[in-house]
Structures are given as structure tokens and as C-alpha cells.
Write a protein that binds this ligand. Structure first.
Ligand SMILES: [Zn+2]
Ligand SMILES: [Zn+2]
Length: 180
């Protein structure tokens, strides 16, 4: 078991970064300028710039850090995923390919300005379900894609949040560990 991020650390990150008063809403916050720059960068990013062009000499170090963290996280993957195989994951796979799902995801990415809400990352973005996807399916006794498409709770925009792959893995890993 890697002990890199304790539950306390995660809770602390969560409180400070996605808590009730986000720092990026406060113009006097010391990180505000950095945030605005990242927003600007993220739009130039989407115009086809490379990581190196954006981060310059910091690019290699950033990439290496990210690679190490991902390797650490991936080494834990699959340990505690009871729903990894079977009905729910096949419904999920099919839903993820559907147009409503892609629209839901896109709306959330747009709302969050294509920034990870935990660390401000602009690459490898994913949308995390605050109430787990599998829990919604279970609570609503959904066993078919058709039922899922008609389930309001599943399409609630408030249930989605933009995270980069790295932060997403950390959050989901700790959630799986708690058995939620
Ligand atoms: Zn997630
Ligand atoms: Zn992140």
C-alpha cells in the first residue's frame, strides 16, 4: 500500500481546493493571477500548442512528476473495484459512448473552464461523479441503458466535477479504499 496521500491529505486538498469558497473566485488571492494565466493558457493549448511550448523548461520536470505519480496510482488499480466487471460496468461502457453522456461531460468541462478543480491542470481532464455512477444505478435499480438514459439523477450536472487524470485517480482510489 502506498502511503503517499493519506485520507487527511485528500480531505485537506478537497477542502482547500474545491471547498465552499474557491480561491479562484477571489481576485486578491495570491494564486488568482496564476489561475487566470492558466485559463488563458488552456485556450491557447486547445489551439494546438505542445506542453513544451506552454511550460518551457519546466515541461520535462512536470511531465516526469506526472508520470511518476500516475505509475504509483496505476500500481494500486483494480485492488478494490467490486464493480469492475459485470452488469454495471457494461451499462457504463455503453452509456459513456452515448451522445447524452458526451454532452453531459462537455457541459461540465465547459462550466469548469477546462481546468482540474483540484490542481488547476489543463491536460488529461476527466469528469468525476461525486455520487458514484454505480451507486446511482444501484439506488435506482437501473439494469438497462434505456432506464439509465431516463434517470434524472444520472444527468444532474451538479454531480459532475472536472478533475485531471491524476487527481481523479487519487480521489477514486481513496473512495474505493473506504468502500463507498
Ligand atoms: Zn471518479
Ligand atoms: Zn488535478
Amino acid at each position: 500500500m502506498g502511503k503517499k496521500h493519506s485520507q487527511e491529505t485528500i480531505d485537506k486538498i478537497r477542502r482547500t481546493k474545491i471547498g465552499k469558497s474557491p480561491w479562484n473566485a477571489d481576485k486578491n488571492h495570491p494564486k488568482y493571477k496564476e489561475y487566470i494565466n492558466k485559463v488563458k493558457l488552456s485556450s491557447s493549448m486547445r489551439k494546438g500548442k505542445t506542453y513544451e511550448q506552454i511550460y518551457g523548461i519546466r515541461a520535462n520536470k512536470l511531465k516526469e512528476d506526472k508520470r511518476k505519480q500516475l505509475a504509483l496510482i496505476n500500481s494500486h488499480k483494480g485492488e478494490s473495484h467490486p464493480n469492475w466487471k459485470g452488469g454495471i460496468s457494461s451499462i457504463r461502457d455503453r452509456l459513456e459512448a452515448s451522445i447524452p453522456y458526451r454532452n453531459w461531460k462537455k457541459t461540465i468541462l465547459n462550466r469548469d473552464k477546462y481546468l482540474c478543480k483540484m490542481c488547476g491542470e489543463i491536460e488529461y481532464l476527466e469528469v468525476h461523479h461525486k455520487i458514484p455512477f454505480s451507486k446511482i444505478l444501484k439506488d435506482n435499480n437501473i439494469k438497462t441503458v434505456e432506464r439509465a438514459l431516463n434517470c434524472q439523477e444520472l444527468w444532474n450536472l451538479d454531480n459532475g466535477i472536472t478533475l485531471c487524470k491524476r487527481c481523479h485517480c487519487i480521489i477514486d482510489f481513496h473512495r474505493a479504499k473506504r468502500g463507498v
